[in-house]
Design a protein around this ligand. Sequence first.
Ligand code: SAM
Ligand code: SF4
Length: 328
Amino acid sequence: MKLIDKYGRKVTYLRLSVTDRCDFRCVYCMDEKMSFLPRAQLLTLEELEWVGRAFVELGVTKIRITGGEPLVRKNVLSLFQGLGQLEGLKELVLTTNGSQLVKMAQPLKDAGVKRLNISLDTLKQARFKKMTRIGKLDKVLHGIDAALKAGFQRVKINAVILKNRNHDEVSDLVQFAVDCGIDITFIEEMPLGTISDHDRAEAFYSSAEIRQDLDASFSLLPSAETTEGPARYYRVIGTDTRIGFISPHSHNFCESCNRVRLTTEGNLLLCLGQEHSMDLRRVIRANPGNITPLKQSIINSMAIKPKGHDFELDRQPQILRYMNTTGG
Ligand code: SAM
Ligand code: SF4
């Protein structure tokens, strides 16, 4: 293992953002009018695979493909196929909004993707439209069906909960997960990028409030299980479903951080909530076909991995980049 930071944390997990573009405009993730990166600034699919290879050779065992919406990138399946063959990579996983899964679920499974996280914040058509601005709920529900049929090891729903937008649906979302036999994670909104839709502090709905709401309908048992991520898990007694809570405001999980993120431009972000980064695109393009300088840069980046984030909702904007460019 070569990737150990100055606080002794081992980095074994890479989140790879393959596009900043998306077919939705979720109100907490993007502003209504977004500009996207010119294509020439993006890493090519071959370069993304090259970075994945370098990380795996350095001991990374898990890669999550994310974005933006990863499945809207042209020919992205070839990236999954390439990464799926890397020796040493134990888990190739994906976070998606689900809109393309009807046609993509089976090919992704065949390429070696083990687990899927699918974002779903509401089960109501009109509300879905409001929260995603341009998304269609039916497409996502059919996508979830397709994922279940394809037989992934695990499918999980990710739901961002906002007060007075969808907080009244937490039990319905859990019931949906129970009915499908899948897991669900509730995520507190994080202050990444400036948005005009709502005041993030006003819309804040904490994991503790969600837990309390769920107590009325479900019996939850704290679970020691972990996916080596920031979520804390509970089992829904009498079902196969686990509920996770990602609570960056109330629970600082940085001490066990094992991950880094690569933006679609090839910028290595050492922390979701800080700006410390390293430009890997420059290194890749200066050394075509030679993976050694790239691996050395990645090793060097460990020295600047910050101790942790310090999100505060009323101090805005803290981080100028949006979640879609961050590889959330
Ligand atoms: N487009 C894909 C999706 O929506 O699943 C992958 C990228 S999206 C940025 C990854 C996750 O980040 C989604 O579950 C989304 O709900 C979440 N997310 C986006 N913006 C967020 C924010 N400001 N705070 C917390 N979670 C956010
Ligand atoms: Fe797109 Fe995902 Fe951001 Fe929603 S959360 S706008 S689906 S990238």
